[in-house]
Ligand binder design. Structure first.
Ligand SMILES: C[S@@+](CC[C@H](N)C(=O)[O-])C[C@H]1O[C@@H](n2cnc3c(N)ncnc32)[C@H](O)[C@@H]1O
Length: 264
């Protein structure tokens, strides 16, 4: 009888051990599956942005589902694939709707000024800004993506632009010294910024007396740009500026797809 009892006990112990082992394996397997599906989601997210920007250059795409970020909290995307973004952002056809010279003119840049391009991407605006500030001025391209920052620095080196540098920044801070900048340009990027009121206050602090910020972004009826739910109206941008103690003005311009809001 005791033997039978001990056999029973050992059978029970072994079964419990086996069940425990099985459930551990199950937990491990489900963790792995979860990670994999997150990777797929991130990939789709990046694809979605690509589509929206390819769309912005004339090709028609449906914007993929799955934008986890609301319009008000800023839209986040992966901009690390340099080759892809060079093709999109630096497409020569862009000049027709981007009107970079008109943007530069409105910025009233004087030779010798320090100008910052926030969310500079592949550096589309850098050559225009560089020409405007002249040899004695400085141009700083800022971006979240290390790959794009590296690309901009390589681009500047290759072209011999001695007064152009690029730096990686954090999403919530342009990391600019107080009263150090004359002009700040933010093209097609403001809708990506989170806590825009607080960000605007940081821009205000970085401006020298007489300095100004310019946000260029896609209008509600633009045929390109982010999906409608991610777009901001000029009024929303003005309100963001006001929260940061920047005095906002919606500028008169002839850009077919975008508006420009000035803050000072
Ligand atoms: C749509 S692209 C525009 C690039 C460039 N301004 C142009 O017009 O070609 C947006 C860029 O902003 C960058 N970005 C997004 N949020 C940012 C932030 N909070 N600070 C700095 N860069 C940001 C992205 O990495 C990306 O390169």
């Amino acid at each position: 009888m005791p033997k039978l009892h001990s056999n029973k006990a050992s059978f029970f112990r072994q079964t419990t051990l086996l069940l425990g082992l099985l459930s551990m394996l199950l937990v491990l397997w489900s963790c792995k599956r979860n990670k994999k599906s997150k990777k797929v989601q991130a990939h789709h997210h990046a694809q979605g942005q690509g589509n929206h920007h390819e769309h912005s250059h004339g090709k028609k795409h449906a914007h993929k589902k799955g934008h986890a970020h609301s319009h008000h909290h800023g839209m986040r995307h992966d901009f690390s694939d340099v080759k892809r973004w060079v093709k999109i952002f630096d497409n020569p056809k862009r000049k027709a709707w981007q009107k970079p010279m008109e943007v530069i003119k409105l910025m009233a840049i004087k030779p010798g000024m320090t100008v910052v391009d926030i969310g500079a991407g592949t550096g589309y605006f850098l050559p225009y800004l560089r020409t405007a500030v002249g040899a004695k001025g400085k141009v700083l391209g800022l971006d979240l993506a290390a790959t794009l920052v590296k690309h901009m620095n390589q681009r500047a080196k290759k072209a011999g632009w001695k007064n152009v540098t690029a730096t990686q920044v954090k999403p919530n801070d342009p990391q600019l010294a107080p009263k150090s900048v004359d002009r700040i340009l933010i093209v097609n990027t403001w809708h990506h910024v989170q806590n825009r009121g607080a960000y605007a206050a940081k821009l205000k602090a970085a401006l020298k007396p007489g300095g100004a910020v310019f946000v260029v972004d896609f209008g509600a009826n633009a045929t390109r740009g982010p999906s409608k739910k991610h777009r901001l109206t000029p009024k929303q941008v003005s309100d963001d500026f006001t929260k940061g103690a920047l005095e906002a003005t919606i500028l008169q311009e002839t850009l077919p797809e975008q508006y420009i809001v000035k803050g000072q």
